[in-house]
Write a protein that binds this ligand. Structure first.
Ligand code: IMP
Ligand code: MG
Length: 192
């Protein structure tokens, strides 16, 4: 079991690749063009949900032909398990005053929907001029709340994925692709 970050390539822990680096890059260019067109002539306040969205947001904002302001919001709903064990909670608030701004909230993945649902609820209370959401990945079979994102990179099956910002216990975020972790690594006995 590779849990000590000793010298091995984290790609070895991937069972299969769902979205490769080339496909991600191409889709982000398309999303960038779509978002640029949607907000043409306006300035956009981009709110990244960290840590998961950092890689996606870093690449996506460089595909936008718009002036932007950037801030982050930190939410906690997963600990080190693959199953959410508590309701989403904001643990680091944004600094930007969103009143009257066009806001785009960006997350890595839409799963049950409870994270984005909650973040949108909180940000709407700040009276933005508009508020839309963008996710790289959408597991649209797993919703527990009625929520859809305005911009979606890829629809994926209900499997636990890592890479390109998505983690398991804060690991694997640096992988250039989106992959499914080998099953025996998803619930190591020492974390039970
Ligand atoms: P939701 O609240 O169930 O929609 O989950 C959204 C959050 O859960 C995301 O911001 C991710 O951090 C995390 N998440 C959901 N599914 C996965 C996955 O397959 N891999 C890694 N993180 C995930
Ligand atoms: Mg996470």
């Amino acid at each position: 079991m590779h849990l000590d970050n000793s010298a091995h390539n984290p790609l070895e822990d991937i069972d299969k690749i769902l979205v490769d680096e080339t496909a991600i890059k191409k889709r982000i260019q398309e999303l960038g063009a779509q978002i640029t067109q949607t907000y043409q002539g306006r300035e956009l306040a981009v709110i990244a949900i960290i840590n998961g969205a950092i890689i996606f947001v870093a690449d996506l904002i460089r595909e936008l032909g718009l002036p932007i302001q950037l801030d982050c919001v930190r939410i906690s709903s997963y600990r080190d398990e693959v199953i959410p064990i508590q309701a989403p909670e904001i643990i680091d608030k944004i600094r930007l005053d969103l009143k009257g701004l066009d806001v785009l909230v960006i997350d890595d993945i839409l799963d049950s929907g409870s994270t984005l649902f909650r973040v949108v609820e909180i940000l709407k209370a700040m009276n933005p001029a508009s508020l839309k959401t963008c996710v790289l990945l959408d597991k649209n079979t797993t919703r527990t709340v009625d929520f859809e994102a305005d911009f979606v990179g890829f629809q994926i099956p209900d499997e636990f994925v890592v890479g390109y910002g998505l983690d398991f216990a804060e690991r694997y975020r640096q992988l250039p692709c989106i992959g499914v972790l080998r099953p025996e690594l998803q619930n190591p006995p020492e974390w039970a």
